[in-house]
Design a protein around this ligand. Structure first.
Ligand SMILES: Cc1cc2nc3c(=O)[nH]c(=O)nc-3n(C[C@H](O)[C@H](O)[C@H](O)COP(=O)(O)OP(=O)(O)OC[C@H]3O[C@@H](n4cnc5c(N)ncnc54)[C@H](O)[C@@H]3O)c2cc1C
Length: 439
């Protein structure tokens, strides 16, 4: 059978059950489709570092595929148009892909099912558990993390499946092109490279090599990458690493050495990721509403002051630590979890802006952008999502004293900015959000 597998957020050979299920094909076409994001919240396009790392993930995967006599067809456009055309042109008999949350993603799959003349098999995403192993249905997904974590206590993550040793050859008629060149180079402050092998090296270094996992609980709030938290998210988000690989390394380490609060804390973070993934699938379009996804959540009163948003986006606010964090994000595509919480709280609580504008800015720039984790965490802080306390308001001065006591991080990223006059907005500055009536 001639088959097609559309790679999305699963850019790896190892532990990829979706790809594996196409290994018995007689010919296999592997496709990646670059989709320019839809304009959203006055932003368009993808940040230079996010694009650079994604192209590196693709380049590395392509190299591994070529070693196995395969290749990766890189196309740009809309999958619901491209894939049916390829199926017809190459007489493909079966199509597969993996699932990810998000309204466009869900709509694309629906349209594909309508347009494809052959079966479409949709596999699970990059999660610890397949949906069938969840101890609840999506409709019964707990709204808060603690009951979810408790429900998963007796369930162990699925085991890791090795990479295939061989793959079916590609159809002979396919012409492959070079991948686009990235405009950006890796930043000195976070010189990481894309691809599964680089991700596995980082995983090994953090857990077995330097054994920083043993002190993770104390260091995870560090504002710099690589020194405190695992910094595995850039590989997890694209699927260059699977969540199961990380869980299995933690379990392997705990067997060889003694586990402690820190090894458990790292596993707990994987459960947060899992929680936001399944919540996002359960919430559908509610993930993107200003009122959020919690049924009782109140509509937050927020004005929109475009200049305040622009200043936040440039790291030019009256809050030096926030400025430094945003500048770190713009330069590297990454920000620590504590940094994200501080920057988000500033946008929501100090500037009074609609949380979705901040989430959209993160979406544009984060090299680990993940729809469930990003929008879920923003909703959490804005008090319109999974936070049982109804949102978080961080005291910025206290946060700076605790996490940047000597101001070194703020100075390193040029967070101390000249003060600016107060600004008056007129109605013409109100933002456009097509189709959004705030309901
Ligand atoms: C406003 C906001 C936006 C965020 N947006 C994203 C995003 O787009 N993509 C993303 O992967 N994470 C997001 N996070 C979660 C978290 O900040 C990052 O996962 C983490 O900082 C990545 O660094 P690390 O790999 O060193 O994490 P570690 O602390 O080492 O944790 C290991 C892994 O656990 C997962 N994880 C850790 N914390 C969380 C969390 N709070 N929620 C979900 N998963 C978590 C990540 O996959 C991470 O790689 C966001 C958090 C906030 C507050």
């Amino acid at each position: 059978m001639r088959e097609l597998y559309w790679l999305q957020h699963d850019l790896r050979l190892q532990d990829n059950p979706g790809l594996l299920s196409h290994c018995a094909a007689t010919e296999l076409l592997l496709v990646y489709i670059w989709q320019e994001p839809q304009p959203w919240c006055n932003l368009r396009g993808v940040g230079a570092q996010r694009r650079r790392l994604l192209l590196e993930h693709l380049g590395a995967l392509r190299g591994r595929l070529q070693e196995l006599g395969q290749d990766l067809l890189f196309l740009e456009g809309r999958p619901e148009q491209i894939l049916p055309a390829l199926v017809q042109q190459l007489q493909i008999e079966r199509v597969g892909t993996s699932r990810s949350p998000g309204t466009y993603e869900t709509r694309t799959l629906e349209q594909l099912r309508d347009r494809l003349p052959v079966p479409l098999q949709v596999h699970g995403g990059n999660t610890l558990l397949p949906q069938t192993a969840l101890p609840m249905s999506l409709d019964e997904m707990p709204r808060h993390f603690t009951p979810f974590r408790r429900a998963l206590e007796s369930v162990t993550a699925a085991s890791v499946v090795p990479a295939p040793l061989q793959l079916p050859p590609p159809p002979a008629a396919v012409r492959y092109h070079a991948l686009p060149e990235a405009a950006a180079t890796p930043p000195a402050a976070l010189p990481i490279r894309g691809g599964s092998q680089a991700g596995q090296r980082r995983l090994h270094q953090f857990i077995f090599g330097e054994q920083r996992v043993l002190d993770y609980r104390n260091t995870r709030n560090c504002l710099d990458p690589l020194d405190g938290s695992s910094t595995l998210s850039p590989w997890l988000a694209s699927g260059a690493l699977s969540a199961r690989e990380v869980a299995s390394s933690i379990a392997g380490f705990e067997q060889q050495h003694e586990g402690n609060d820190s090894t458990q804390a790292l596993y707990l973070e994987l459960l947060w990721r899992e929680f936001f993934h399944w919540r996002a699938l359960a919430d559908g379009h509610r993930l993107f509403r200003s009122t959020g996804s919690a049924p009782q959540s109140k509509h937050r009163f927020c004005t929109f002051e475009p200049r305040a948003f622009a200043r936040w986006c440039q790291g030019d606010t009256d809050f030096p630590l926030v400025n430094a964090l945003i500048r770190q994000l713009l330069a590297t595509g990454w920000m620590s979890n504590r940094g994200r919480q501080i920057a988000a709280s500033c946008l929501i609580n100090e500037l009074g802006l609609d949380w979705r504008y901040g989430a959209a800015f993160f979406e544009k720039h984060l090299i680990d952008y993940d729809v469930g984790s990003n929008y879920g965490n923003w909703q959490y802080i804005a008090g319109v999502g999974a936070d049982p306390r109804g949102g978080r308001h961080f005291n910025l001065a206290k946060q700076a004293a605790e996490h940047d006591p000597d101001g070194l991080f703020t100075a390193k990223w040029g967070g101390n900015r000249p003060s600016q006059p107060l600004y008056v907005t007129d109605a013409a500055d109100w933002p456009m959000m097509p189709g959004d009536n705030g309901s």
